[in-house]
Every structure is written in C-alpha cells, then in structure tokens.
Design a protein around this ligand. Structure first.
Ligand code: IPD
Ligand code: CA
Ligand code: CA
Length: 263
C-alpha cells in the first residue's frame, strides 16, 4: 500500500482503538504487575495490541510488528517495514487517572521513520506525521521549533532521575533543574515527545525507554526540527532499551554535554 493510503488506514485504525479504550472505562480493569510492582499492564494494553496485530496481519502480511506486550514479532533487525506499537503509553496514568496516556505508533522502512502517530485518547488530540510532509496535531500543522536558550527552556524529566540511580550522576540532573526555567513530568514518553514537537516542552530526557515509546514521536518531532538521540549522541535505539533525549536543536547538545554524565 502506498504511504498516503497507509496513513489514512492507520488514522482510522487508531481512532477505532481509541473507541475501544474509551468504552473500556465502564468495565472493570484487570491490572497486573510486570517486571516490578510499579510496572503495570492491564487487559486493555493486551487487547489493544492484539487488535492492531490482527488488522496488520490481515491487511499487511509482509510487515512485522514490534509491540510492547509481545504479541507481535521478535525484532532483531530493522529490515523491511516494521510497525512499532505501544498500545497504551502511560499505563500507570491510564490505571490511576484515566487520562494522560496515548496510543503510540511508528512505521519504519529499513530503519527510516515514515509514519508517526500519537493519540491522546481522552483529550482527543491526534498527532501525526508523514516523513517529509510536516507534523500535525489534529488538522493544525505544528510550526518549526524556534530558537531558544536553556534558561528559557521547560524540560520534561521524571523525578526518578534526580534521585540516586544507577544510570546517571543525579547531581548533574539537579543542576539541570536549577538552570532551566521549569520542569514537567507527564508520565507518558509518547505525550512528552508530542509536547516537544508542539513546543510545549523544549526537551524531554529519560534514562531508559523502549523503541515503542519513541518510534512514533520521533517521526513527528523530527518534522519540526527536534533532535532525538541517546545520551551518547548516537541515533536513538530502535532495537532495545536505551537512554533518550529529544530536544529543540538550540539546547540538545548543551543538555547532553553540560548536564548528563553516564555512570
Ligand atoms: C512508560 C511511560 C513512562 C516512561 C516509562 C515507560 P508504559 O511506558 O512512557 O512515562 O517513563 O519509561 O515505560 O509502560 O506506560 O507503556
Ligand atoms: Ca511505553
Ligand atoms: Ca505501554
């Protein structure tokens, strides 16, 4: 299927998944823990991933799916067309707040991001991008990011990274918080990336994200000029967990070089 036809197909697929999620609010949620007691998964995370996979298998038999809940394929390389899917990004918010979560999807061809989607289901904000054609929130085009400076920046960062942790020197994160205008923590990497793309955040940093957290958002954020890398400045990792920063180009390297020191 041609890219624009696929774009239309995916938009309606995601909207349908959004309906399923909204309808689930009236039924009881089954919540389980995964790697630790705070790493939650619900019956809806699984159902939504299965919903996408059944449609993709039926209509795009040659494509592979890299999904968080493991119903897709085992992905060890980026050859061909891969759908990178987080059925619900921000599951803790979904369980506790019934808001501030999103469906996140990126479609990559031989490692190149072609289509990106983040759907904030409850607020009905739909971010999307087709590679090279600009990024949109609903029908409004997102503007190219304007030049800024660190002291005028709002940075998305989880408080975990300001406490002693095994990944980075938290003293440097404290300095970052002192030097920027403000910080925010929304609890959904996908939404935070959408906010970098729409200029509501100037940067978003995390020590450990998975490909499905960032795949859709990177396609969107790059269309407005945001820079996305790991903490070594290398291309963001689409095959496994890694550190991640997406930022306005005027502060990306300043944050990486001045405030992030890996242990
Ligand atoms: C999580 C959220 C959260 C981020 C975690 C992710 P999930 O995704 O994006 O904001 O800090 O690292 O794992 O588990 O809710 O899909
Ligand atoms: Ca996620
Ligand atoms: Ca998830």
């Amino acid at each position: 299927m041609e890219l624009h036809a696929m774009d239309l197909y995916i938009k309606s697929l995601i909207k349908e998944a959004g309906h399923l999620i909204r309808n689930s609010f009236v039924t009881e949620l089954v919540v389980e823990a995964k790697s630790n007691v705070n790493d939650l998964v619900t019956n809806m995370d699984k159902e939504i991933e299965k919903f996408f996979i059944s449609r993709i298998r039926r209509d795009f038999p040659g494509h592979r799916v890299f999904g968080e809940e493991g119903f897709g394929d085992v992905i060890e390389d980026l050859a061909g067309t891969i759908w990178m899917l987080d059925p619900i990004d921000g599951t803790m918010n979904f369980v506790h707040q019934k808001s501030n979560f999103a469906i996140s999807l990126g479609v990559y061809e031989d490692g190149v991001g072609k289509l990106g989607y983040i759907y904030d289901v409850v607020n009905d904000n739909f971010y999307h991008a087709v590679h090279g054609e600009g990024a949109y929130c609903n029908d409004e085009r997102l503007m190219p990011l304007e030049e800024t400076s660190l002291d005028k920046s709002i940075v998305g960062i989880n408080a975990t990274w300001v406490t002693p942790n095994k990944y980075i020197r938290h003293e440097d994160s404290i300095r970052l918080i002192q030097d920027v205008r403000g910080t925010r923590s929304y609890g959904s990497a996908a939404l935070e990336l959408a906010f970098v793309a729409s200029g509501r955040l100037d940067a978003y940093v995390s020590m450990r994200l998975s490909p499905w957290d960032i795949a859709g958002g990177m396609v969107i954020a790059r269309e407005v000029g945001a820079v996305a890398t790991n903490f070594k400045g290398e291309p963001a990792n689409l095959l496994g967990q890694d550190s991640f920063i997406a930022a306005n180009p005027s502060v990306h390297s300043q944050i990486l070089n001045g405030y992030i020191n890996l242990k």
